[in-house]
Each structure stands twice: as structure tokens, then as C-alpha cells.
Design a protein around this ligand. Structure first.
Ligand SMILES: Nc1nc2c(ncn2[C@@H]2O[C@H](COP(=O)(O)OP(=O)(O)OP(=O)(O)O)[C@@H](O)[C@H]2O)c(=O)[nH]1
Ligand SMILES: [Mg+2]
Length: 344
């Protein structure tokens, strides 16, 4: 593609042309030229979209909820894009297919864009391609980007960092699940959603989460007060999960995603968090951290690519030495030294 063609193409993307967006995403997915030039040009058009991550236990109703959120967002007249991070292997596309069918009613709507990403490859790769896809969709003018992932493991933590606001979804009757995910849950949740509120046990799930949020607030207050008994104890006594002290405490929202119930309130809670991000300056800090992390990832990838190319022969020799009498530690160090000694 000529410089001019690239400029014209990125213009179509920022104009919101669905075919251009799809093509840009394919190029970015495959890391195929001129994807870097496209991303460079699109960067200047980003920073307007509001990104919401939706994660939680398997089967809690995340995809159904995403569908309901899409409807609610469209009713407000905003454009919305969905990135579904699919945990299944490429060999069993069942889950993607299911979600596609569920989302079908939005297929003919130009204000909605849906994209699945397979979780093949490594962690850095996944969060980087998610970030790239989100960037394209942001530049394409979508007001809200929803990112669905499963679980609250390391992957989700990484992806949560890509989102401005993260919703953690649980369903009633999953008491043990909540226990199991507790460790990581407070760290990433900005809003909690107890879905399937039409089922028994919703109250217990809400109470459980609220208690957990309360405990988190207490621990936080004690930490702020420092190790000295009296003030820490006072802080513990006084602390309540309120927003008065300037920190943010996640709220718990009940939904029945299948009927779209509670979804409006869920969106409102997200908007509250968004307002908090802006007012506290945390949003700006997170955006900077996000960009810095992206630079690191892009640098690593570019470095690896370049150096493997250049060290091709060196690698062959290193393999030979390795099988004769050397060890991988020595050889890796040698390769690094050889790379740093190379002239342009
Ligand atoms: N009773 C009830 N069922 C629901 C509700 N929301 C979703 N479901 C059902 O729960 C099942 C799982 O829903 P999904 O939306 O696929 O859940 P998910 O969390 O995306 O699942 P994975 O992506 O496989 O982890 C489906 O059969 C839904 O119809 C709800 O509010 N109430
Ligand atoms: Mg799903």
C-alpha cells in the first residue's frame, strides 16, 4: 500500500466504515504490513472511547449480559463495540458460535461491532492484541468498548488493565467460586454484578460480596493509618465503605441479563466509576501506565523479531556448541553479547 493509500484507508476507519474496520482488524491480528503504519496513524484518533471489561466465573451469564448491555447502550444512541476473548482452543469453536448466535440481533446494526479473539499465544501477546484491537475500535469512533473474558486469573488481570472499568460477574449458588476467586477479585473489580438474580441465593451472594468489600475497606483504612495501634484501631472502627474518604468502593448490582433487568443500573454504576476516574486523576494515571506498558510490549516484540533475524547464523553456531559441550545459559549470554556488538 502506498503512503497515500494508507492515509485514505485509515480515513475510512476513522469514518467508521465497517468494512475498513474489519480489514484493519484482520491486518492487526495477522501482524501483516502495513499494520504498524495503520496503528501509528490511528493513534492520534484514540482516547475517546470508554472501555468496560466484563469478567467472572464461567457460565455466570457474561455473554448474555454483554448482549443486554449492547441493547441498553444502543438505546442511549451510542455506538458500541464488543471484543470477546474466547478461551476455547481453535478446535472447539462452540463457545464463539454460541455467542455469535446470541448477538445476531445486533448484526445488521452499524452502531454495533463484534469481534472474537482466540486466546492462543502467550499472555503478553493476548493483552497486546486486545489493546491493538481496542485502539482500532476507539479510532473508529465507538463510544463504548466491551471486553468479555472468563475468570479472574492472570490473563484477566492483564486485560482488566486494558479497560477503564471492570465488572466482575458472579451467579448465585456459586459460594465456593466466590471463595476461590476472592484473592484476585477485589483487585480488579470496579463494579460487582450478581447475575441470575431470578434464582435462589442472589441475596446471599450480594451479602457475601458486600461483606468482602467492607473487609477490603477496613484493611485499606488500617493500612493507611499505619502500624501504630491507636490510630489504626480508630480507623478500623470508623471505616465504612463510603466514598467520603476519596477512595472508590465497588458497588454490587443485581441483574437478570436474560430479561435485561438491572442492566441500566449496571451501566450507571460504571459511569459513576468513570466519573471517579476522571475526578481523582486516576484515569489519567492509568492511561499513562497503559501506554508505557504497551511501549514495553511492542519494544519486546520488535526486539525479538529483529534480533532473531540478525542472529540467524549465530543461533546455528550456538546450537552446535550447545550439543557438544556448552550449556544454554552460556549460549544465551553469548547471543546477547553478539547482538549488542553488532553494527548496523
Ligand atoms: N436464570 C437465568 N439464566 C441466565 C441469566 N443470564 C444468563 N443466563 C443463562 O446462563 C447460561 C450461561 O450464559 P452465558 O451468557 O453464556 O454465560 P457466560 O458467563 O458468558 O459463559 P462462558 O462464556 O461460557 O463462561 C445461559 O444458558 C444463559 O441463558 C439470567 O439472568 N437468569
Ligand atoms: Mg461467554
Amino acid at each position: 500500500m502506498s503512503e497515500e493509500a494508507i492515509a485514505k484507508f485509515t480515513q475510512s476507519v476513522t469514518d467508521g466504515d465497517p468494512r475498513a474496520i474489519a480489514r484493519a482488524l484482520r491486518l492487526v491480528d495477522d501482524r501483516r504490513a502495513p499494520y504498524l503504519d495503520i496503528l501509528k496513524r490511528l493513534h492520534a484518533h484514540t482516547g475517546r472511547a470508554y472501555t468496560i471489561g466484563i469478567t467472572g466465573t464461567p457460565g455466570a451469564g457474561k455473554s448474555t449480559l454483554v448482549g443486554a448491555l449492547v441493547t441498553a447502550i444502543r438505546e442511549k444512541g451510542m455506538r458500541v463495540a464488543v471484543i470477546a476473548i474466547d478461551p476455547t482452543s481453535p478446535f472447539s469453536g462452540g463457545a464463539i458460535l454460541g455467542d455469535r448466535i446470541r448477538m445476531q440481533k445486533h448484526f445488521l446494526d452499524e452502531g454495533v461491532f463484534i469481534r472474537s479473539v482466540a486466546t492462543r499465544g502467550n499472555l503478553g501477546g493476548l493483552s497486546r492484541s486486545t489493546a491493538d484491537i481496542a485502539r482500532v475500535l476507539d479510532a473508529a469512533g465507538f463510544d463504548i468498548i466491551l471486553i468479555e473474558t472468563v475468570g479472574v486469573g492472570q490473563d484477566e488481570l492483564e486485560i482488566a488493565k486494558t479497560a477503564d472499568t471492570t465488572i466482575v460477574v458472579v451467579a448465585p449458588g456459586l459460594g465456593d467460586d466466590i471463595q476461590a476467586i476472592k484473592a484476585g477479585i477485589l483487585e480488579i473489580a470496579d463494579v460487582f454484578c450478581v447475575n441470575k438474580a431470578d434464582r435462589d441465593g442472589a441475596d446471599a451472594a450480594v451479602a457475601d460480596l458486600e461483606q468482602m468489600i467492607g473487609m477490603g475497606a477496613l484493611t485499606e483504612a488500617a493500612r493507611k493509618a499505619g502500624p501504630h495501634g491507636h490510630s489504626a484501631a480508630m480507623a478500623l472502627l470508623r471505616a465504612k465503605p463510603s466514598d467520603e474518604d476519596g477512595s472508590f468502593h465497588p458497588k454490587v448490582v443485581r441483574t437478570i441479563a436474560r430479561e435485561g433487568k438491572g442492566v441500566g443500573e449496571l451501566l450507571e454504576r460504571c459511569q459513576e466509576h468513570r466519573a471517579y476516574l476522571e475526578k481523582s486523576g486516576l484515569g489519567a494515571t492509568r492511561r499513562r501506565e497503559r501506554l508505557e506498558r504497551e511501549l514495553q510490549l511492542i519494544f519486546r516484540e520488535a526486539l525479538l523479531e529483529k534480533s532473531e533475524e540478525r542472529l540467524n547464523d549465530e543461533f546455528e553456531r550456538a546450537y552446535e556448541r550447545l550439543h557438544e559441550k556448552s550449556d544454554p545459559y552460556t549460549e544465551a549470554q553469548r547471543l546477547v553479547d553478539a547482538l549488542l556488538d553488532m553494527k548496523e
